[in-house]
Design a protein around this ligand. Structure first.
Ligand code: AMP
Ligand code: GLY
Length: 428
């Protein structure tokens, strides 16, 4: 099969490397891809959000299957457009992608179907939002923009004046554009966070191994929220008992709710959960694989990813095995100094072989998130630059192996967290 993966980050690289292992896959392309992805697939410089351009290219090159991974093309309806052109694609259609692209949609879905989540109200009027916040009188309070906001639309407000600034920023000053025209004001939850990615064909749902992302930029969960600075899998807080409860109370009810709403979800459904003292609750849904979660989870997948994806699209997920390797994985993200704010690009990267990998590092994979080629060598080309993932029999060994491998890579201004996995180790 000739396959196209839409996107160009670490997540897409991890997916491509797994697809490459499939005996069904004969030709692998990425659009736009990046320099490291170019070592595993042929890259075509089309923006992931260019719907018309992507469909035209897919028709012209006669792809057998297209895997759409980033949130924005899914929210724009790329899967609908590809299917309309007769090209089968992995990912939810536009209506189902609302589970991520509109927090108002997802919160109302959870309320209607009794899926546990933080208490909330939706507002378009800043004065009404503030009146509600004052009436509740509980801080911190969480203010969220309705739409996609590059992970920056969630503000945790410690007091009334911070809440006022958040609400006015979105509803009056229009800081998040159309994404912030409605806000969700919700209760602040506490507890360890767990990411659970799952495959679902709209009826059957198969969870992947659980993981733990590290969203803040600095050690000790300090600093700004980022796309994710590292991940470990499986997540030791997510016990078999909790997993069973999540299946009954959250995962299956969500799949059934989407069916009942007339927009069955096909693809990878991501559950961002918080294990609160009152049980697991949904913090957010994503309509796609998480990044860096995918970089930690897929190396432990023992089954054929392409076979699973095709079964998801074909509505026959019950027919294929989804099994996992024993052991653990750890991924450390190497970012540009200054990320997630201002950072420089074009810094030469030392330590990588011509294949973009670390020579001789056993059970280690380097996924390229933001790299380019300059004079034949890799240079930095984004905020998150590389993800170094190691697998091992135990989490401790996986972490040691990932950090030892990451020590072999250098570029000017390199920033990484030194405490990935520490909270998880404390739970073991
Ligand atoms: P989101 O973009 O919805 O994933 O939110 C980003 C991060 O904000 C989450 O990973 C949580 O760490 C935090 N967060 C979101 N909602 C809440 C909440 N209701 N209570 C506590 N933390 C939250
Ligand atoms: N790592 C969180 C996300 O992909 O949204």
């Amino acid at each position: 099969m000739k396959i196209l993966v839409v996107g160009g980050g670490g997540r897409e690289h991890a997916i491509l490397r797994k697809l490459k292992e499939s005996p069904l896959c004969t030709e692998l392309w990425a659009a736009p891809g990046n320099a490291g992805i170019g070592c595993d697939a042929t890259c075509k410089p089309i923006a992931a959000t260019d719907l018309a351009g992507m469909v035209e290219f897919a028709k012209q090159e006669r792809f057998d299957y297209v895997v759409v991974t980033p949130d924005d093309p899914l929210a724009l309806g790329m899967v609908d457009a590809l299917e309309a052109a007769g090209i089968p694609a992995f990912g939810p259609n536009k209506a189902a992608a609302r589970i991520e692209s509109s927090k108002v949609f997802s919160k109302n879905l959870m309320k209607k179907y009794g899926i546990p989540t933080a208490r909330y109200e939706v507002f378009e009027d800043p004065d009404q939002a503030m009146a509600y916040i004052r009436r509740q009188g509980q801080y911190p309070v969480v203010v969220k923009a309705d739409g996609l906001a590059l992970g920056k639309g969630v503000l945790i407000c410690e007091d009334e004046s911070a809440a006022e600034a958040a609400v006015r920023g979105m509803l009056v000053e229009g800081k998040f554009g159309a994404s912030g025209r409605r806000v969700v004001v919700e209760e602040f939850l506490t507890g360890p966070e767990v990411s659970v990615l799952s495959f679902t064909d709209g009826h059957v749902l198969v969870p992947m191994l659980s993981s733990m992302d590290h969203k803040r930029a600095l050690d000790g969960d300090a600093g700004l929220n980022t796309g994710g600075m590292g991940v470990i899998a499986p997540n030791p807080y997510y016990t078999a008992e909790i997993a069973a409860a999540c299946m009954d109370e959250i995962f299956l009810p969500t799949v059934q709710a989407m069916q009942a709403e007339g927009c069955p979800f096909k693809g990878c459904l991501y559950f961002g959960l918080m294990l609160t003292p009152n049980g697991p609750k949904v913090i957010e849904y994503n309509c796609r694989f998480g990044d860096p979660e995918t970089q930690g989870v897929l190396p432990l997948l023992d089954s054929d990813l392409l076979e699973i994806m095709l079964a998801v699209t074909g509505g026959r997920l019950h027919e294929v095995p989804v099994s996992w390797k024993p052991g653990a994985a750890a991924c450390v993200v190497l970012a540009s100094g200054g990320y997630p704010e201002h950072y420089q690009k074009g810094k030469p990267i030392a330590g990588l072989g011509p294949d973009g990998q670390l020579a001789g590092a056993k059970d280690v994979t380097v996924c390229h998130a933001g790299t380019a080629l300059q004079e034949g060598g890799f240079v930095t080309n984004g905020g998150r630059v590389l993800g170094v993932t190691a697998t091992a029999p135990s989490l401790r060994e996986a972490l040691d192996r990932a950090y030892a491998a990451a020590d072999g890579i250098a570029f000017e201004g390199l920033h990484r967290r030194s405490d990935i996995g520490q909270r998880a180790l404390a739970a073991l």
